[in-house]
Every structure is written in structure tokens, then in C-alpha cells.
Design a protein around this ligand. Sequence first.
Ligand code: PAF
Length: 293
Amino acid sequence: MLIARDIASARGILGGWRSAGESVAVVPTMGNLHEGHLALMDIAAQSAHRVVATIFVNAMQFDRADEVASYPRTFKEDCEKLIARGVDLLFCPDHKVIYPHGTEHQTRVELPGLTEILCGAHRPGHFTGVTTVVTKLFNILQPDVAVFGEKDYQQLQIIRRVVEDLNQPVSIVAGATVREVDGLAMSSRNSYLSSDERRRAPLLHRALRTVVARLLAGERAFAQLERAAMLSLRSNGFEPEYVQVLAADLGSPTHSQLSDLVVLGAAWLGKARLIDNLPLRKVVEEGARLAAR
Ligand code: PAF
């Protein structure tokens, strides 16, 4: 695996591949890689000739400076995992390469509306940090394809919108959420959980599944379903930020068909902020597959 730490080296390598007629898929990450990230590398490998992983802990998307400093950095292990997965290039710039003038006066990519609901309502500025760095990574690497995890459902919808709005010539591909055997969505933040919290953490997924089951049973009082899920999380020691039923494009669910709904949740458990979501499309497709057997 090649490693580039600056823009000129990355562009030199990519230029060589492009002149040989090879396409490029990029998987942006902040490192501390787990199986969820590695599944995205596999999708990238199926989508293009060359796979580029990026590792950049993006200060601009964190609420607090101490969170950036304490974000788990596992560079050596990450490299080993990426090599084992056959990644061609790792782009791992440091802060100065991406933000030579600092983040305060950096040109920003702002998407009003979609970035202000759900996680955006609880983490002001977070998604502007994400859209800005992702746009910069796309400009630097100019990939044909970029792969993002569906676990960060809102982030995925935001990136799709920015790409469309700014006419960026990149196809966005989504990778399904990868879960532990007990249902907990894999996340770098799971390492913040104590062993007792880790035991309770799958209850977030379970709470969302309960909402899905009630939707499948025909209930449509969304606010009531959301309140019940929040209550059950609270009674299990979580501090929920939201549980919401929305349309798949994160608009109002009122007139949506069942298969066009998504249930999303975010909750603190100790020091870990956990997020998860269940798109009904998948559940409905799975049901139809089982019925056809
Ligand atoms: O999902 C993440 O890890 C980050 O938000 C991303 C997309 C790499 C941007 O920093």
C-alpha cells in the first residue's frame, strides 16, 4: 500500500493511475478502523480499479477541542488492516495540509436545512465541518466513486445533496451498517463504553426495532412511537437526543409509504454518543423475499 501525506504526492500517484485508464474509489475515514470501515473498502474495490482510503481526524467537525485530542488514533493497526484488505493508497494528511490557514477562516460548504435537524440540532457546525472536508477531499483526489457507511445516515444524505448541488462528478455509494452479533452498530465511539455500558448499548438498536415492528403492525402515530422509544432508552440509563421516524430523504413522513420510512436515533451512554438507524426499505424487501420462498 502506498502512503501519501501531502496533496502533490497523492495527485502524482492518482494521475499515473488515471492516465493508465484506471478508475478510483475513495473511502474517507477518521481512522480507528473497524469491520464497518473495512466492508466499505470491499465495496470500493468492487466499484473501481483502485481503492484510496483517507485517514484524517477532521478538527472542523468536532464540537470541542478536547474531543479532537482524545479521538482514538491507531495508525499502525489501521495500516495493517488496510494492507490486508488490498487498499492501494492511504492518504493521511495532517491538519496543516488540509487547513493551511486554520479552520476559523476556511471557506465553508454550508447546506441549510438538512444539516440542522437530527444530529445537526445537537451538534451545531458539525455537518459544515463534514461537508467542507469531504468537498476538499473530493477536490484533492477527484475520485470516480466515494463510499460512505449508511450507519451515518444523515451524513450520507447530506453528502449526496452537496454532490448534487455542487455538480461534483463523483458517484456516492452507500455501504450497509455492520453490526456486532448483539445488534450494536459498529463505531469507533464504542471503545468509549465501559463493560456494563457495552452490555446495554444494543438497546438503542432494539428500541429502533420496536418502532419498526409497530410501524409494520400498522401504527402511524409517529410522535407516540418516538416518545415510547425515548422513554425506554431513558429507563435503561441512556440520555437520548432523539428518536425520529422520517421519510427516507429525511423529509416529513406523513405521506410516505411504509418502505419509504426510516427510523433514526441518537443517545448518550456514559461518554459515548451512539447513533443508529433502520431504513424500512430493507425490512420490507426482506419480508417480500421471505414471502416469495
Ligand atoms: O464519517 C466519518 O468518519 C467522517 O465524518 C468523514 C466522512 C470521514 C469526514 O471527516
